[in-house]
Design a protein around this ligand. Structure first.
Ligand SMILES: Cc1ncc(COP(=O)(O)O)c(C=O)c1O
Length: 323
């Protein structure tokens, strides 16, 4: 609710000229008219002003000449949801709030209320601006350059892995991990079931088949019990998965003590999808470092963003030479 009505409150005798200026300044598409006792009279919309001009081009005419309307108002205890319903029902964009004395004390303004709530607006500071300018100045626009090398080293240091490779997306990082593990047509890869589709898309890119492992209720991440049962089942059928992709959903670490142990028992490599959990730790260890490969995403809605980007981290330096 807008509580500061300064500038949009007008009297009955306000001139059309003054009202036009106030409407322009307030930028809400309406003014609130009150009488000499400050009691609410009516909403004046930009349409009302337009019609007044069409009726007479005398800009000094007082607004008291506007045709009367039955005012639609609400009380101070009205919730935003109720106000929205009232406005939608009445097909109006504004709903004045009046107190027990009938005086305007606020305004519900539908266009302002319908502003989208952004999921995660990126924050760009002065340092980012300088570094982007430096990339232009030194012409390191393509393909990589000293900043990408430094970024990879700093990322590996930060999370405590031997190496990091910057890539075009988190999806590309999962894809690369699967390629490094030689996943190909006819293979099966286990994947967390509650995740963004990008966790499993690269399995299909490689012509392999995903098998989804259910979540545990506590963390919504892969259930070690379900994984163990699925691995035993796969072993019994003679078709073990080529890899397991385990996701840390919403930044919360999966239970890698159990999942790592189970994968080791079955000799199946583990990929940790830490797309959403850069910076988190579990038992003092960085998220993304619990498996043979960890991946991060720098998509616009992630912890840090490069607009689009990702990284693969690993202690497997042979894999890195391969890349
Ligand atoms: C859990 C998870 N895995 C993978 C990805 C893929 O990352 P990207 O969008 O950078 O390809 C995302 C996010 O988009 C994600 O949330």
């Amino acid at each position: 609710m807008i509580r500061d009505l300064t500038g949009i409150l007008i009297g009955r005798d306000t001139s059309l000229r003054h009202a036009l200026a106030a409407m322009n300044e307030g930028a809400l598409g309406c003014l609130l008219m009150a009488d000499d006792d400050q009691r609410f009279v009516r909403v004046v919309t930009d349409g009302d002003l337009r019609r007044a001009i069409m009726a007479s081009d005398d800009l000094d005419q007082p607004l008291s000449g506007l045709s009367p309307v039955t005012p639609l108002t609400t009380s101070e205890d009205t919730s935003a949801a109720t106000a929205r319903q009232t406005m939608n029902r009445a097909k109006v964009l504004q709903l004045p709030v009046v107190n027990a004395d009938g005086r305007p004390v606020g305004l519900f303004h539908l266009p302002s209320m319908d502003q989208p709530i952004l999921l995660s607006a990126p924050h760009m500071g002065e340092e980012e601006r300088q570094l982007v300018a430096e990339a232009f100045e030194t012409n390191w626009i393509a393909p990589v350059g000293p900043h990408v090398d430094a970024f990879e080293d700093e990322l590996a240091d930060l999370v405590g892995m031997d190496g990091a490779v910057a890539l075009s997306s988190g999806t590309a990082a999962i894809h690369l991990a699967l390629r490094l593990l030689d996943v190909g047509p006819g293979d099966v890869v286990f994947c967390s079931s509650l995740t963004f589709v990008a966790s499993c898309n690269p399995i299909l890119y490689q012509g392999a088949s995903p098998v989804f492992i259910d979540s545990e209720p506590e963390s919504w991440n892969m259930s070690p019990g379900a994984l163990s049962r699925a691995l035993n089942d796969a072993r019994a059928k003679g078709k073990p998965p080529k890899a397991v992709i385990c996701v840390n959903i919403y930044g919360q670490s999966a239970d890698y003590d159990a999942i790592g142990r189970i994968c080791a028992e079955h000799d199946v490599p583990l990929i940790e999808d830490a797309a959403e959990s850069l910076g988190a730790t579990c038992g003092g260890k960085a998220s993304g470092t619990f498996a043979r490969f960890g991946i991060y995403s720098f998509n616009g809605n992630k912890i840090i963003t490069t607009s689009g980007g990702g990284a693969l981290v690993s202690n497997d330096q042979i894999g890195r030479a391969h890349v």
